[in-house]
Design a protein. Structure first.
Lengths: 281, 222
């Protein structure tokens, strides 16, 4: 498990680098090398570290460990073929990490990030609808059962396409530099991450790398099925590049537009679920 | 006696804890939620609040707000009570107990926020309190309809699939929990975060998210 955690962290950081590179190339800039995020993480690991005097010290530090713990747990859920309901739980609990990071410092910038995180809570709803839609087809929420279902009936990407779109939107809303990345917008410095630097930032980079890896891996497992590792990584990379394109050509939305779009998507998916309920009983 | 059906979406039950007729159970799902609630309850107990920094308009000046020790004690007490209610809600095996714990979470959330003496925060607490109190009607109504429709409130019975739980009961339960703090009734929360005491304010969010996760499991399983 430890070696897989290290592998997922490395790939996640590499994906973050590729994400930045693709965005830059689409926008006509050279962009940083793709291993830049790995170098960032190493750099932060050896920088001087302290805790702001105004911070709630225990929470400031504790929340970083919680971030790593929940995404490590999520990776374990995926590898063990556990329940996507638990995965959904982890995704929701990540919201607590965002709140906690922003609120714990006392800084007005991080607090703005935390408040934006609160009002963008609608981004979780499409994932819930995805979970329900998948349950309609597979009658199980176990990832192992979902993979087995797809071996017999074909990928859910085709069977439950609107649910796949919803999950794609969920991943998009957690990508750096995306249209929904309002909690770390530059007008509030780095948002809720502003005061976490040094080792704390390195640890957060690791947690976020795990998050990106887990979300992309979950997308492949849930909507395409169980594939050999190399092919899985390739499909994850393709999904990531498509997300990077969206991020590159879409300006960051205002907080209220973010909520509106996510709520509208959820509403459309609820209608889809109702139709599924009528058609499939 | 307390074996969950094997197809239970939260996973098989690992451990059952009986307090007379009140029975809590741990499945992989409820255990994960319990551990998370426990971590944040411990954080509430051991953490001191942050000192908020405000920037004065029209200059480079900034100032830090003073932490009132009395307020700190009350907020911590309410946050710990909220943590305990959340712990109960995520592991209980009885629909009525779940609704009781959920309403207790709503009450303690109001207490956490209303302790802070700021006009905006108190307004937010007042609005939140009204929504939370109104939400207890569908919350307990949902449990009552479950009892009336099936003759039991035990999750072991209800999760078995032999009993048809009315859809309206499920909708009421979800609506009730949403009213205790989830979107789209969380409008007041952005104002709530003005209040000092990050570890305690965070418990408002932790409790409502965990309640929502638990009610999702209950509603899908029934």
């Amino acid at each position: 498990m430890i070696e897989y955690l290290l592998f997922a962290t490395f790939i996640g950081l590499l994906f973050h680098g590729i994400h930045r590179k693709v965005i830059a190339r689409v926008q006509g800039r050279p962009g940083p090398p793709i291993w830049q995020e790995i170098l960032h993480t190493l750099k932060f690991s050896f920088k001087e570290t302290w805790i702001p005097k105004t911070a709630s010290q225990t929470l400031f530090v504790g929340i970083v460990f919680v971030a790593i713990a929940i995404w490590s747990g999520a990776l374990f859920i995926l590898l063990s073929g556990g329940s996507i309901l638990l995965l959904f739980a982890v995704y929701l609990l990540h919201k607590i990490v965002e709140h906690g990071m922003g609120l714990s410092t006392g800084s007005p910038y991080t607090k703005f990030g935390a408040i934006r995180s609160v009002i963008s809570a609608a981004s979780e709803l499409p994932l819930l609808v995805t979970v329900v839609a998948i349950y309609f087809f597979t009658r199980s929420l176990s990832i192992a059962d979902i993979a087995a279902y797809q071996e017999v009936h074909g990928p859910l990407l085709i069977l439950a396409f609107p649910a796949a779109v919803a999950m794609y939107l969920v991943i998009l809303s957690k990508m750096h530099y995306g249209p929904f990345s309002i909690i770390e917008a530059k007008e509030i410095v780095s948002g809720n991450m502003t005061e976490h630097f040094g080792v704390w930032r390195a640890a957060l980079e690791v947690a976020y790398a795990l998050k990106t890896y887990v979300l992309l891996y979950a997308f492949v497992l849930i909507f395409i099925g169980s594939l050999p590792l190399a092919l899985t990584l390739l499909v994850m990379l393709l999904v990531l590049v498509s997300l990077s394109f969206v991020c590159a050509v879409t300006p960051m939305l205002s907080p209220y537009d973010t909520v509106t779009i996510q709520t509208l998507v959820t509403g459309a998916l609820v209608i889809y679920i109702l139709i599924l309920g009528v058609v499939m009983g | 006696m307390f074996d969950l059906p094997t197809a239970n979406i939260g996973g098989p039950d690992l451990f059952v804890l009986e307090f007379g007729d009140i029975v809590a159970y741990f499945s992989p799902y409820t255990a994960a939620l319990f551990v998370f609630a426990l971590i944040f309850t411990v954080l509430v107990i051991v953490s001191r609040p942050e000192r908020q920094v405000d920037i004065a308009f029209g200059g480079d000046a900034y100032y830090t707000k003073v932490v009132d020790p009395d307020l700190l004690r009350f907020q911590r007490f309410m946050a710990i009570a909220c943590g305990l209610a959340t712990l109960g809600a995520v592991v209980t095996g009885d629909v009525f107990n779940f609704t009781l714990f959920a309403s207790m979470v709503g009450i303690t959330n109001i207490g956490i926020v209303a302790a802070y003496r700021n006009r905006h925060v108190l307004n937010a607490a007042f609005q939140y309190g009204i929504v939370a109190m109104l939400a207890t009607v569908p919350l307990f109504g949902g449990a009552a309809i479950v009892l009336a429709g099936t003759g039991t409130l035990s999750m072991w019975e209800l999760f078995g699939g032999a009993m048809a739980v009315p859809l309206i009961a499920k909708a009421f339960l979800v609506l009730g929990v949403m009213g205790e703090g989830m979107a789209p009734f969380y409008i007041a929360k952005a104002e709530i975060t003005r209040a000092q005491g990050a570890p305690f304010i965070l418990m408002v969010h932790v409790s409502s998210l965990l309640l929502f996760l638990r009610v999702t499991e209950i509603v899908i399983s029934m």
